[in-house]
Design a protein. Structure first.
Lengths: 357, 360
């Protein structure tokens, strides 16, 4: 049975799992993939689901990182406040007055990132951007001892608190961690689609670990799989909001799946890219060419693995990621699922062999 | 008592009411006090609850203002592609707004939106080191056009916008996180004071007032104090608890759990010194913890009330609160209970002679 996309996205978005602490997110992915292939993992914690065909069939790697950006407890002050390290790239202006959850051995502890009220601020202070090292988390402990009694320890992961919810336009979904649980969800849906299809290849679906801190699980899982071709599933920037000039527009919500033509981490294999475009056109799947000067994904390390791997990034446009509140459009998500499924069905031995000829 | 107060604070903080749009809050106050006091109103929305004491109308008139409005935003403009540009209502610091959830109260119901933020990936080095100002921010409600925002979602310029944030108990069960503690805590105190007075003898008439539009300049306090014409004023408000990393003790801000704050000065009022000292002595007598504090960067309704008519002895009594003027404040319920206790003890001793003595 196929799962509901919204329910799948909700479960994945609300699962906690910053880089290096992907356990909860991995458990959700495992639950959905366990009956769709043979499960294994690399030694960094990436989860791999293998749906093999014959030995001579080309090996297709699907990859979506399952870690989200978050923080880690760095230090507990004498009066019970938590100083933290960011895990992944945070702009410090999105941090003050946000709710967070410290994941301790004794359970979750809610806290907020403290901020000074304007009443106490000089004009000069108000204009200066706070740095992560200026900030602290208030968990309501009155001393270091009490914080420790709550179970808080140096090294504990910290995640945003943000409930998943559809907006007034029910196609738009608001939540944390769409980067990259949306990619994980695309991968799961594709594997469900393929269950009843005859794909001409062996598939390894990878939920990779530690992408946000340097594409680490992508590297190790690719080595393990040694793929002939790779499709990376990612959230990508939608900046169709006030203040964006047309030439700087990366992508829009609701206008289809993203086929990456360029980012800072990879120039895709051109034949594979053209095949993706052709597939989208022939199958009437809405798509947008994603031509970005910045950003990088697991594809950066995947395509440089061993002697090189033809690869492409298929994305879901996402507003405001790397904050507590990202927004995606369900139609784009469905388009990505259809595009990736259709593309995989075209990846037979001859086509894949032709990519690097 | 504690459990009831917590439920009351949950109900009050989760109500919506930016300055000028306080009706949801005043309705709650009326609901709780309808059997305990006589209701009148000023003409801009403040609600006045009169509770006579043992002396009938011969005792002094004590006004306890607690403002009902919270800080928020207002829809200023809807862009062609359906985004909301907003006006701040009350004092907002730029750095606590980005990527927060907000609720727009429209004629067709509530709409959740989010204050958009640019991902760091597409920021220039310069942008990354600069504070983004409110005027450059926008709210994304998921509308694809101005037409959709207006006609289908019901959004109009002037619609109020409030932070979206549930009332949440913390691990330490005495602490609570919520929006709008400033000043639904004061509204809660007004309700609890008036209700408690039912079983207490007091030689005065108490006017608990839910004031409007404090955050934009003590406006309801001005009109309601004209209506009440008080002889003495006790301001029910939150104060700033700043017992957090990076604070020096000479700033004299409050600490959570150390009792009501007795103001020695704020931006809008220097308290009547005799009244201040009476509050301290009363607290001492009844073993209620207190802390002295100063808030030179902010004012209260006391500013307007103490200048009413020929002047009114006033005192600002505060429930220390962390992170006010953001989506999430924190209070300690013990401080709330102790503030209530102190106010009740003070009311008991504010007879004609004592009140007259305050200005002699």
């Amino acid at each position: 049975m196929k799962s509901s996309s919204v329910e799948l996205l909700k479960k994945l978005s609300e699962a906690d799992g910053p880089s290096g602490y992907e356990k909860e997110a991995r458990a959700v992915v495992f639950e959905y993939l366990k009956n769709l292939g043979a499960i294994s993992s690399d030694r960094l914690g990436s989860l791999i689901c293998k749906k093999a065909k014959t030995e001579t069939a080309p090996v297709v790697m699907l990859a979506a990182h399952m870690d989200e950006i978050g923080f880690m407890v760095k230090y507990i002050t004498e009066d019970g406040f938590v100083r933290f390290l960011p895990l992944g790239g945070w702009f410090s202006q999105v941090l003050p007055a946000k709710r967070v959850k410290v994941k301790t051995a004794k359970g979750d502890v809610i806290g907020i990132i403290g901020s000074k009220p304007p009443h106490l601020m000089t004009i000069e202070e108000a204009k200066k951007l706070l740095r992560p090292e200026d900030l602290f988390i208030d968990i309501g402990a009155s001393s270091k001892k009490e914080a420790e009694k709550f179970g808080v320890k140096v090294g504990d992961p910290i995640v945003p608190v943000a409930e998943f919810m559809p907006l007034k336009n029910k196609k738009l979904l608001l939540g944390k961690a769409f980067d990259n649980r949306a990619g994980c969800a695309v991968m799961i849906k594709v594997m469900e689609e393929l269950k009843t299809q005859e794909n001409p290849n062996s598939i390894y679906a990878v939920a990779s670990a530690q992408e946000e801190v340097g594409l680490r699980g992508g590297r190790t899982s690719t080595f393990m799989i040694a793929p002939d071709v790779a499709i990376i599933l990612e959230c990508r920037i939608a900046n169709d909001f006030p203040g964006t000039e047309k030439p700087e527009l990366y992508s829009c919500l609701g206008k289809g799946a993203l086929i990456t033509f360029h980012d800072a981490g990879m120039i895709p294999n051109l034949k594979l890219r053209n095949l993706a475009v052709k597939t989208a056109r022939e199958e009437n799947i809405p798509y947008q060419a994603y031509v970005a000067g910045t950003g990088s994904t697991d594809a950066n390390v995947v395509h440089q693995s061993r002697s090189g791997v033809p690869a492409i990034v298929i994305g879901v446009p996402t507003r405001y990621f790397h904050s507590h509140a990202a927004v995606i459009n369900l139609d784009d998500f469905e388009a990505a699922v259809r595009l990736v499924t259709a593309l995989i069905l075209r990846l037979d031995g001859k086509t894949v062999a032709g990519f690097h000829q | 008592m504690s459990k009831e107060s917590i439920l009351l604070l949950k109900e009050l903080t989760e109500a919506c009411g930016i300055s000028g749009y306080e009706r949801e809050v005043s309705a709650l106050m009326e609901k709780h006090l309808k059997n305990f006091a006589t209701l009148t109103r000023d003409r801009i929305g403040s609600v006045i609850f009169e509770k006579q004491g043992t002396k009938g109308d011969k005792g002094p008139r004590i006004m306890i203002p607690g403002h009902m409005d919270e800080i928020g935003f207002m829809v200023r403009h809807i862009t062609e592609d359906g985004f909301i540009k907003f006006l701040p209502i009350g004092g907002w610091y730029d750095q606590v707004i980005l990527s927060q959830r907000v609720k727009i109260k429209t004629g067709k119901g509530d709409i959740i939106g989010v204050v958009g933020s640019k991902p760091p990936h597409i920021m220039t080095q310069e942008e990354r080191s600069k504070v983004l100002e409110k005027k450059d921010m926008f709210i994304d409600i998921g509308a694809s056009s101005k037409k959709e925002a207006e006609e289908e979602f019901g959004v109009m310029p002037g619609d109020p916008i409030i932070p979206d944030c549930p009332f949440t108990p913390m691990k330490n069960k005495k602490l609570f996180m919520a929006k709008a503690l400033d000043n639904r805590v004061g509204c809660g105190l007004v309700i609890d004071v008036i209700k408690s007075l039912k079983n207490i003898k007091h030689p005065n008439t108490v006017y608990g007032v839910g004031t409007v539009q404090e955050e934009i300049g003590g406006r309801g306090a001005r009109t309601s104090s004209f209506s009440v014409n008080p002889d003495v004023c006790l301001v029910a408000e939150v104060g700033i608890a700043n017992d957090v990393p990076g604070t020096t003790s000479e700033q004299l801000t409050g600490k959570l759990g150390k009792g009501p704050g007795i103001s020695i000065l704020d931006h809008s009022m220097i308290p009547n010194i005799k009244l201040r000292d009476l509050a301290l002595a009363t607290a001492k007598k009844h073993k209620i913890p207190t802390q002295l504090f100063a808030m030179p960067g902010g004012g209260t309704d006391g500013g307007a009330v103490h200048l009413n008519a020929r002047g009114v002895p006033g005192l600002y009594i505060a429930v220390p609160t962390r992170y006010i003027h953001t989506h999430v404040g924190i209070i300690n319920i013990d401080d709330y209970e102790n503030t209530l206790k102190l106010m009740l003890e003070l009311i008991k001793v504010l007879d004609s002679k004592t009140v007259k003595g305050l200005t002699e």
